[in-house]
Structure formats: structure tokens, C-alpha cells
Design a protein around this ligand. Sequence first.
Ligand code: G3H
Ligand code: 13P
Ligand code: ZN
Length: 309
Amino acid sequence: MALVTTKDMFAKAIKSDYAVGAFNVNNMEIIQGIVDAAVEENAPLILQVSAGARKYAKPVYLMKLVEAAIEDTGLDIALHLDHGEDFEICKKCVDDGFTSVMIDGSRLPLKENIELTKRVVDYAHSKGVVVEAELGRLAGVEDNVSVDERSATFTDPEEAAEFVEKTGVDSLAIAIGTSHGAYKFKGDPYLDFERLEKIQELIPDTPLVLHGASTVLPEFVERCNNYGGKIAGAQGVPEEMLRKATKYNICKINIDTDLRLAMTAEVRRYLAENPSEFDPRKYLGPAREAIKAMVQHKIKNVLNASGKR
Ligand code: G3H
Ligand code: 13P
Ligand code: ZN
């Protein structure tokens, strides 16, 4: 049991039809719900922390909570920085003991993204830490943007090959139609599997990462709305598309929105049904249970990662 890098996890996953779940964490209940699910499913696990999560919880609390989770459960866990925007935050996380960092230079022109990523790779590798980078843009749903316009922001396979060769990055996040948050598609969901296939042909040894991969489970959206929420028009990536993605070289699937929805749905339900309660443990307990059940479902029925530890 230890903090581990994703190297061995991805080496196994790339050869097989499953993906490792990467779940965003901000507090104790979220961490506990996720790790308890991974224990039950005997699954590999990545916990990831965004800049916003570091700001919210303070880095030291998150690190100690993850260490506590390892000690409590005996799991191997990879601790990953999600969407590091510059060299400095990546360096800080490497120095703090993260085992994996993401440098997200996807907003930059190719050459600058390569330069920035290479700088992070050189530093991280010198300390035994692995690096994820991103190429292509994860556009959100916007009005008046056609499918063609949207796909112009997707990852270009030839650029991906050049990028991996020049940076030596360990894994690559690609844009094939997913986006962050609860509003991913207007109309029918669409992922560009042909593009994924082309990318995989050109860089067959590079583990690929799918961001923005929450399903936005209707059960939680409905529960939020039934208990006072106002979440309209939310739509995520259908589970069958994610299952299909695991059959390619997608080795890491990122999930945050589904955790937020599960937690909020249960807190809303509990407080609405028990208006005189004010002990946080009473509503955070069921929220933690909802997260555990949801993550277990993902690991087992979507990621196909049960027993793959
Ligand atoms: O990709 C973004 C993740 O969902 C983290 O979101 O920056 O609000 O913590 P955040
Ligand atoms: P979702 O918003 O779809 O959960 O994506 C999370 C993510 O990609 C974190 O990096
Ligand atoms: Zn992301």
C-alpha cells in the first residue's frame, strides 16, 4: 500500500479493455466514498486534485487525507494534479509528493504547448513523477456552434504524434467531443471514435485520457430537482460510449461532475425530508454512501476495472 505513479496502472490498462477511474477530490467524505468503492471492487485508483480543490481545502489537508485513505484501506493510490496551468503549480505538486501531474497547455499554440510540457516533463521525470498533457480543446456547449466547427477544436492525430515525440509525455488527454461540467451536448451526444482510432494508430504506446467524462446520471439530476434544485438541460456522456472508449487506448477516465451531483442530490434529499436536522454528519453520511455506490457502479459497469488492481 502506497502512493504510486500511474505507470504500472496504464501499462496494464493499455493492453486490456478497461480504464482507470480518476476522481476529483475536495474533502474527506468524497475521498472516503471513492476509496471504499475501489476497495470493494479491488480496482486501481487515481485521486485527482485541481487548483481550485487545493485552494478550497489547502494542499496539506488533501495530502494527509489521501495518506489516511491509503493507511486505512491498504490501497495503492495515484495522486494526480488535474489541469495544472503552469510550470510552477506542477513543480509545487511534484515537490509536495504527488505521483502524477497534468500540465494543461491546451490553450496554447502547439509549439508553446510542447515547450511548456517538455519543461514539466524534464522536471517531473527527474523526481520520478509522471506527466499528463492535453492537446485539443474541450469545448463546452455553445449556441450556434455546428458539429464541424466544434470538431475543428478536436485533437489532430498528426499533431498528437509530434507532441508525444517532442515532449516525452507519459499520457495524453485528447479532445474527441467531451467537455467539462453537466451540459456536454445539445441534441444527440457525439464522440469522434474515428479520430480516436487514428490517434491510437499513430501513438499506439501512449496511454490516452478522457476528460469531461461524467455521464450526468439522470437519477441524481432528478433527485436534485425533486428536492428544490434547478438543473435544466443537463446531459453527459452516455455509459455505452464510455464503455466503447475503454476498448481503445483510453486508460484514464476523469469524473468530477457525477460526484458533485451524487453528493448534492443526497444532501438536498436528506435536508428536505428532515428539515429539523442540523447535524452535518446526518446529511454528509448519506452523501458519502451515494458517492460510494455511484463510483462502484462506474468501476464495475462502465470502466470494467473491477479486480484489475
Ligand atoms: O476539470 C475540472 C474539474 O472538474 C475540477 O473542477 O476546477 O472546479 O475544481 P474545479
Ligand atoms: P466532468 O466534468 O465530466 O466530470 O469531467 C471532469 C474532468 O475532466 C476533470 O479533469
Ligand atoms: Zn478535465
